[in-house]
Design a protein. Structure first.
Length: 230
């Protein structure tokens, strides 16, 4: 790959596990380890074209990024997933469908935002059902904490959006409080609950499980305002 990118060599899963996920797929160009990326991340080189870039934090099994990439071929999508097996699974799903406008990175999202993403470079950031880290002593591990929210704000282009969904009411409102107190992003803007009849009507597998159990989901998006004219 151009831009100093090389395909990942899988070393931390058994060969049988890898085969079960990959089959005969060549994931070159779809799957990367974080330390294979150049700093700063050259998205034009990564995708071989210039287009608005959207980033998903915590892609899980990859339902959202597959759907989004298919529905918006004029945009580029980057999924970040810390769990190696799920990152590989998501990449395999993109490869099977030939969705060359989407890539998976196996890495810590905060690290990628801080060290690889440039300011004013992302059209949207999607965070769906992040780990709530239930214990109060563990909440500093949440992905939507003060330092990461400030990174998100700086990495969004003016007019860019942060999409946030969760099934944990406390996480939702505490994050809204942080967004209001620590950033200049405007919101929350409410998102109507869609009518869900099949996989394509759910953004993630977790949303499908939650809603089929008749449990509530809190949804919103925040917008980065354009700078004021002097």
């Amino acid at each position: 790959m151009s831009g100093g990118l090389t395909p990942n060599t899988a070393v931390d899963m058994s060969r049988s596990s890898l085969t079960a996920i990959q089959g005969d797929l060549d994931l070159t160009g779809y799957f990367f380890k974080g330390d294979e990326l150049t700093k700063p991340l050259d998205t034009d080189a990564l995708f071989g074209r210039s287009a608005p870039v959207e980033l998903e934090i915590g892609s899980g099994k990859g339902l959202f990024i597959r759907k989004a990439a298919a529905l918006a071929p004029e945009h580029n999508f980057i999924g970040i997933e810390l769990a190696y097996r799920y990152a590989l699974m998501s990449a395999a799903g993109l490869c099977k469908r030939g969705l060359t406008n989407a890539k998976m990175i196996n890495a810590d999202a905060a690290l990628i935002l801080r060290e690889y993403c440039q300011a004013n470079s992302l059209a949207a950031i999607h965070v769906y059902f992040p780990d709530p880290w239930w214990k109060k002593s563990h909440r500093k591990r949440r992905i939507l904490r003060t330092d990461v929210l400030k990174l998100i704000e700086s990495r969004l282009v003016p007019g860019g959006k942060l999409h946030f969904w969760t099934d944990v009411e406390e996480y939702y409102y505490s994050t809204l409080d942080l967004l209001h107190s620590e950033t200049q992003l405007t919101g929350p803007n409410e998102v109507a609950e869609p009518e869900a009849e099949d996989d394509m009507d759910f953004r993630t597998h977790f949303e499908r499980r939650t809603r089929l159990a008749s449990l509530p989901v809190w949804r919103c998006f925040f917008v980065k305002s354009a700078p004021s004219s002097p």
